[in-house]
Design a protein around this ligand. Structure first.
Ligand SMILES: NC(=O)c1ccc[n+]([C@@H]2O[C@H](COP(=O)([O-])OP(=O)(O)OC[C@H]3O[C@@H](n4cnc5c(N)ncnc54)[C@H](O)[C@@H]3O)[C@@H](O)[C@H]2O)c1
Ligand SMILES: O=C/C=C/C=C(\O)C(=O)O
Length: 490
């Protein structure tokens, strides 16, 4: 059986216990994962501290950028290994993992190398009453040892989205991937070793949250900052842990995202776009649209077209290029999603498509499959309209006016993403700017430029990452202020 070990101070080490890594497409075990104990997490943090105090913490931008390019190149050289590990851990279709997850794993390093090299320093010239001036400029320095905790839905993409800028800024990292998806993170540790990243700069520990590696990282005073992607409830627990030693946090959390479709949209593009926004990665993307609002004149046609398209999603062997819909991440997560389907029925929903468990044959008969599902008829107060399901499901409801659509979309305690479909430029700007979210897309969804701010409002997160926002979070900033006397004065 394949073994996924911890990577501490430049070496792969066994854990204190082992747990099973399950392929959600088949329900079969694919690897044994070595759970790190408290002492091993402490050793990883101590190794990180030594690394930041050593040459790595004093390395130049040019040196670090070169290292990030080497990491990106090595991920690409081992593209197929990463692809197979990601598919084994998630069951996601090869078409998706090869177009999104693995390329973004490499791109995250390359883009942050470029951003680092081109990032300006902030500076201000201050005029003083006596004719003197002051020149202020802010320098970024490493924060120290950064704890990175990531989820299972886009394992390599979301881990590297945080590891890359943390390393770019000269920090050391102690990373913990989700217990459900340890594969590509372990390969990333192999990459770090292969490219010669100094020992202790990147450490990887496997395990769970409470009472395990996740909690050991977040409660350790040796961790200088915590960056986390996952559920809002977990974010809240981590925030409490971070408060103890007053450490900064950056959180990308859950969503209950709206799609707003106006009657003047490009109808086919909107149907295609909402299909993608609701069902990509089996609905397990934090930015997925679970609430779709369609303007009344096109509402019936839209629901019909969406239901027709759902039937064309193909489940099955993730390695078959024709497969477009994978399983859910685990038996437990499928139970949660199916419980929401039951709840939706109790709350009065009409199931326009899906709603059940498909019968797959052969090795995939024990996978954690759920049909892509479209529901209508729920009141906005229904729990299924308010809570994040994180599965292949959207609810479609009609609206009449622009003001009503904005109010419906914003009526949530989350605030991650929205997507607006219209051909009218004025409507597009007005509505997109009115969305209380981190990302408002117009006639598109999950279209990413990694230089832009990314994050969530309300329950969806704390802070923004991306571009300079990442550099600022992963840096300790010192403002230097120099007084320049006026000529002839002191
Ligand atoms: N906003 C975003 O960018 C974004 C991106 C992806 C996923 N998500 C969200 O993530 C969720 C799905 O991922 P998940 O189920 O893996 O999330 P999760 O919160 O259950 O787990 C995420 C990570 O946190 C660890 N963890 C759990 N409890 C912990 C604790 N008390 N202390 C420290 N670590 C702990 C887990 O082991 C895992 O590594 C969804 O809510 C989704 O919306 C958000
Ligand atoms: O599931 C959530 C997806 C988040 C995506 C990103 O963080 C990104 O594209 O950088």
């Amino acid at each position: 059986m394949k073994q996924y070990r911890n990577f501490i101070d430049g070496r792969f080490v066994d854990g204190i216990r082992r747990f099973a890594d399950i392929d959600p497409a088949t329900g079969r075990q694919v690897a044994e994962v070595h759970e790190a104990g408290a002492a091993q997490v402490q050793a990883a943090i101590a190794a990180g501290r030594r690394a930041v105090q050593g040459p790595w913490g004093r390395s130049t931008v040019t040196e670090r950028a070169a290292m990030l390019y080497r990491i990106a190149d090595e991920i690409e050289r081992r593209f197929d290994d990463f692809l197979q590990a990601e598919i084994e851990d998630t069951g996601k279709p090869v078409s998706l993992a090869s177009a999104l997850d693995i390329p973004r794993g490499a791109a995250n390093f390359r883009v942050f190398a470029d951003i680092l090299k081109t990032a300006p320093l902030e500076s201000f010239r201050t005029d003083l009453p006596d004719g003197a001036q002051a020149l202020n400029y802010a320098v970024r320095k490493p924060l120290g040892v950064v704890g990175v905790i990531s989820p299972w839905n886009l394992p390599l993409l979301l881990l590297t989205w945080k590891v890359a800028p943390a390393l770019a800024c000269g920090n050391a990292v102690v990373a913990k991937p989700s217990e459900e998806t340890p594969g590509t993170a372990t390969l990333l540790a192999e990459v770090m070793q292969a490219v010669g990243l100094p020992e202790g700069v990147f450490n990887l520990v496997h395990g769970f949250g409470p009472g395990s590696a996740g909690e050991f990282i977040t409660t350790d005073p040796g961790i200088d900052a915590i960056t986390f992607t996952g559920e809002s409830r977990t974010g809240s627990a981590i925030m409490r842990a971070a408060a103890e030693h007053v450490r900064p946090v950056s959180f990308e959390l859950g969503g209950k995202n709206a799609a707003v479709v106006f009657a003047d949209c490009d109808f086919k593009a909107a149907v295609d776009g909402v299909m993608r926004a609701s069902f990509l990665n089996t609905g397990q993307v934090c930015m997925c649209s679970e609430r779709v609002y369609v303007q009344r004149p096109v509402y019936d046609a839209f629901v019909k077209a969406l239901a027709g398209r759902v039937g064309s999603l193909r489940m099955g062997d993730p390695r078959d290029a024709a497969t477009t819909h994978g399983p859910l991440s685990s038996a437990e997560h499928r139970r949660k999603v199916l419980d929401y389907f039951d709840l939706a029925r109790e709350e009065g929903a009409t199931f326009v498509a899906g709603g059940g468990v498909p019968a797959l044959s052969g090795p995939f008969s024990d996978g954690h499959w759920v049909e892509p599902t479209i529901i209508t008829g729920l009141p906005e107060t229904a729990r299924c309209q308010r809570e994040e399901v994180f599965g292949p499901v959207c609810h479609v409801a009609p609206f009449d006016t622009e003001q009503e659509a904005i109010a419906l979309a914003n009526d949530t305690s989350y605030g991650l993403a929205a997507t607006v479909w219209t051909r009218d430029l004025d409507t597009a700007h007005r509505v997109a700017q009115s969305m209380r979210v981190g990302q408002a897309w117009v006639n598109s969804w999950f279209l990413r430029d990694l230089r832009t701010p990314f994050g969530g409002s309300g329950l969806s997160g704390v802070g923004r990452e991306g571009g300079l926002h990442s550099l600022n979070f992963y840096s300790d900033i010192t403002n230097v202020c120099i007084r320049i006397p006026a000529a002839g004065k002191r």
